[in-house]
Design a protein around this ligand. Structure first.
Ligand code: PEP
Ligand code: MG
Length: 755
């Protein structure tokens, strides 16, 4: 059973489009279950009907014509109840609805299961049999499993408009956005450039080209290189393999020269697709042909073809001449975009970012905000393969993405983008104004940095200092641990640029989703594993080198603060303080003119919230890392788009934990700041002011937005909103409440597109 399942799922994944996938499903499921009929109905929300979209067993002419209203028939019962229905005699059921065009009167046994994606019914999968007998439990479980797999393929097809096309609803396709998550504020309108893992053919996108000659050349060269490799391989195995086994290599060479690979791909390139995209399409098509063959030997040839394609792709990707040509207003789209890919696009060409995975607190989103680039995260259903070259609108406030939008939508967003420009210009005027509430409480605003080697944006932002310098980034971009002098140079640059304003350097916080290429950590649960302070305390030699470099970087400047990440135990603070003291004493002994810096602890683990007062007494300040705190309190992975709707720092539990931490810090007479992304969220800032937060640290691009909120708010009013929010049930209610307050105060432009 498992093998059959795998085979069907593989065939569905390899299908050219949804139409073909559905055909494969109905044929193969019917065969596997020895049923007389297998059909798929798709749900048409617009017309409120379930439409027969593929069948093996009913009259093929009825496909597309049988439409069952939401209130009728057995299919609707399955969809409405969102659970399977199994009957021994369908015609005897009171809801049975007979469609003469299907000629289904001869079938009695009926089993229907819903196709559900994220709680929504996308369609119904049905098998029927002549015998008046129920399908057995095994068969039911098999069909439920197939439907669950089909659901994700269909969810993709739904968001890319394929389902609507199949259902004949062309007109609604382009007005409905694909839903992602807000990543970085702003609106981007531009041309999609898809980035993908360069070794996975399935993920290679289409990309329009202008000069097909270069691409054809590259393709032919790649083919020749693979041919040479295969010939070499064959020769090397001459003495080991019998001739008949080596004939396989001759078959490979023939495949590489065949018209169906060489000629067909070249034709696709001439039609305007780049070589890797054209290759993917050719291979998809051929693999499909192989998969449909009955002969298992021929089916196996699909694997050979994939292997050859991987080799060709490898060479194509090495061809440096074919570097990506980023158009003006590039919207970078990818499955798992990395900070490096983002940094590769010339800044003046990058208009926006859309990532299929991740959420607001993923490091790519943090980088986008640092660069002031609108970003949408977790756009799971973005059709990566076909998006290259299309016009995209990415709304970083709502998380909506429009693919090839209609003229009206484009015009509307162009208008909003203009308003955004005005807003940004207005916000710029706040640069030199103090961050002070309307009743006179000063709340210094600092920047988070470390992501970029260039700290100019942070300097220009008018910040009161650096509240969080993530030191892991200089570590990530090297081939080995940077030494004391190397680190000293980097830290010194930041401290000097900001002096006399304070700079908070955080000790190395790798592990979790941040790994070093030269220090791999393999664990089952990295976010609960060897991370942050746990690593550096296990490696005092690394910790000491880093702390020495930090302390030395402040010579004659005296504006350094050191921050300890991922602390969950008191002992970690005791040990860290002892090491910092040791580094300081040693430096003194060596004759350096150093001062003991202030040391703070990050509160980002639930245990630290409960021990916050005790911890605060040991250190000079508290900094709340709401990104991790939210993840650990809510048990929601901050990078997992599947559960991203559950991740919100405005969850009442997070708000209470932050408030409790601020109270604890103040009880120990120590200042508390927030350096997680919550500090840059205008709605959340209202609550933080209400809690009496002492300072905030955020991306440079959020600074003036937050300042606007603070300057228009009194502490009294903020406390009142906090009390009201704490009485609410969930993050959605709290966010709506705060957004409305901002909107009423004329600051709606901070939480949605437009002014
Ligand atoms: C946090 O967890 O809130 C934080 C500021 O640290 P990072 O995002 O680097 O984990
Ligand atoms: Mg953290």
């Amino acid at each position: 059973m498992l093998n059959t399942l795998r085979r069907i799922i593989q065939a569905v994944n390899d299908a050219r489009d949804l139409d073909q996938a559905l055909d494969i499903i109905v044929h193969q499921v019917r065969e596997a279950m020895a049923a007389d009929v297998c059909s798929v109905y798709l749900t048409d929300e617009v017309l409120q009907q379930h439409v027969l979209m593929a069948t093996d067993g009913l009259d093929p002419d009825s496909v597309g014509n049988v439409r069952i209203g939401f209130e009728h028939g057995l299919v609707s019962i399955v969809a409405n109840r969102a659970e399977p229905l199994s009957l021994d005699s369908a015609p005897n059921h009171p809801a049975y609805h007979y469609f003469p065009e299907t000629a289904e009167e001869q079938f009695f046994g009926f089993l229907g299961v819903p196709i559900l994606h994220q709680r929504k019914v996308l369609g119904v999968l049905v098998v029927q049999q002549v015998r008046a007998q129920r399908f057995d439990e095994d068969q039911e479980n098999f069909l439920v499993t197939i439907a669950a797999q089909l659901a994700s393929a269909m969810a993709h097809a739904e968001t890319s408009g394929e389902i609507e096309k199949l259902l004949g609803q062309h007109e609604v396709t382009d007005s409905r956005p694909l839903q992602g998550l807000p990543g970085a504020p702003g609106v981007a309108i531009g041309t999609a450039v898809a980035i993908y893992p360069s070794t996975e053919l399935e993920k290679v996108p289409d990309r329009p080209i202008e000069d097909s000659d270069i691409e054809i050349d590259a393709f032919h060269q790649a083919l020749n290189s693979v041919k040479q490799d295969i010939t070499k391989l064959s020769n090397r195995l001459k003495d080991v393999l019998p001739d008949e086994e080596r004939a396989l290599f001759d078959a490979y060479l023939l495949m590489l020269d065949s018209h169906s690979l060489r000629g067909v791909t070249a034709a696709r390139i001439i039609d305007g697709n780049w070589a890797p995209g054209a290759l993917r399409r050719t291979i998809d098509e051929q693999i499909q042909n192989f998969a449909e063959m009955d002969d298992p030997y021929m089916r196996e040839r699909a694997e050979d073809l994939k292997e050859l394609a991987r080799r060709i792709l490898h060479y194509l990707m090495q061809d440096v001449q074919r570097e990506i040509d980023y158009p003006q207003n590039t919207v970078l789209v990818g499955d798992e975009l990395t900070a490096a890919q983002l940094a590769e696009v010339p800044r003046d060409r990058l208009a926006g970012v859309v990532s299929a995975t991740g959420s607001r607190t993923s490091h790519v989103a943090i980088l986008a905000r640092a660069l002031d680039i609108p970003a949408v995260m977790g756009a799971v259903s973005i059709p990566l393969g076909r998006i290259g070259g299309q016009i995209l609108i990415a709304d970083g406030y709502s998380g909506n993405v429009y693919i090839s939008p209609s003229k009206q939508i484009k015009q509307e967003y162009q208008r909003l983008a203009k308003e955004e420009e005005t807003l940004v210009a207005e916000l710029l005027n706040l640069r030199d104004d103090p961050s002070i509430t309307s009743d006179g409480k000063v709340i210094p605003l600092n920047v988070n940095t470390g992501l970029l080697s260039d700290i100019t944006p942070s300097l220009n932002s008018g910040a009161d200092g650096i509240g969080l310098y993530r030191t892991e980034f200089p570590f990530m971009t090297r081939q080995r641990f940077p030494g004391e002098e190397e680190q000293l140079r980097i830290y010194r640059q930041a401290l000097k640029a900001f002096a006399p304003k304070s700079v908070t350097l955080r000790t190395l916080d790798v592990g979790g989703d941040k790994s070093l290429p030269y220090f791999p950590i393999v664990e089952d649960n990295p976010f609960l594993g060897w991370r942050g302070i746990r690593i550096t305390l296990d490696h005092p030699e690394l910790f000491l080198v880093q702390v020495r470099a930090m302390i030395r970087s402040a010579v004659d400047l005296d504006n350094l603060q050191i921050l300890l990440p991922m602390v969950s135990q008191m002992s970690e603070i005791h040990e860290s303080l002892a090491l910092i003291k040791r580094a300081f004493d040693e430096l003194k002994e060596e004759g350096h003119n150093v001062n003991m810096p202030k040391v703070g602890v990050m509160i980002e683990v639930p245990s630290a919230v409960y021990q916050a007062e005790r911890m605060a007494k040991l250190v000079d300040f508290i900094s709340i890392g709401t990104n991790d705190l939210t993840q650990y309190l809510l048990a929601v992975d901050r990078n997992n788009a599947q559960v991203a709707s559950l991740y919100d720092a405005l969850h009442p539990a997070v708000i209470q934990a932050v408030q409790q931490t601020v109270v604890a810090a103040h009880a120990a007479k120590k200042p508390a700041s927030v350096c997680g992304e919550m500090a840059g969220d205008p709605a959340a800032v209202v609550l933080l002011v209400g809690m009496g937060i002492d300072s905030l640290s955020m991306s440079a691009s959020s600074l003036n937005r937050v300042k606007w909120v603070i300057r228009n708010l009194s502490s009294e009013r903020a406390r009142q909103y906090l009390d009201e929010a704490l009485d609410m049930e969930d993050a959605v209610e709290i966010r709506d409440f705060l957004n409305t307050k901002l909107e009423n105060a004329g600051m709606g432009g901070l939480v949605r597109a437009g002014r």
